[in-house]
Design a binder for this molecule. Structure first.
Ligand SMILES: [Zn+2]
Length: 95
C-alpha cells in the first residue's frame, strides 16, 4: 500500500482533478483558481472513520481516511478528496 501512496504526485493528481471535476468552479465565490495541499494527503489530518475517537491525541492512521485538500485561492473554501478514491483511479489507469 505504501508504494501506491508514494506513487501519487501533483501531476497525477491534476489529471484526476481534470477528469473528475468537469467544472471546477467554487460554489461559494465562483472562482476557478484552486490551490492544492502539496503533501497530497501525507501531512493533512486524518478523519477517523470509527466512532471510538478520543481527543486530544495523535492522528489515527488505522481506520482513518487520507485526504487530499484542495482550496479555493479566492475565498478559502476547502475540498477534501479521498486519497483512497484517487489511488484506486490511478491503479486502474496504470494497469
Ligand atoms: Zn471560492
Amino acid at each position: 500500500m505504501e508504494a501506491m501512496v508514494e506513487s501519487l504526485n501533483t501531476e497525477k493528481f491534476l489529471k484526476f482533478w481534470e477528469e473528475k471535476f468537469k467544472d471546477p468552479t467554487c460554489e461559494m465565490c465562483g472562482s476557478k483558481e484552486w490551490g492544492i495541499d502539496e503533501t497530497l494527503g501525507k501531512l493533512t489530518p486524518f478523519i477517523p472513520a470509527t466512532e471510538n475517537i478520543t481527543f486530544p491525541g495523535p492522528p489515527q492512521i488505522n481506520g482513518s481516511l487520507g485526504l487530499v485538500v484542495v482550496f479555493c485561492e479566492n475565498c478559502g473554501n476547502v475540498k477534501s478528496i479521498s486519497r483512497k478514491t484517487i489511488d484506486s483511479w490511478l491503479q486502474e489507469r496504470e494497469k
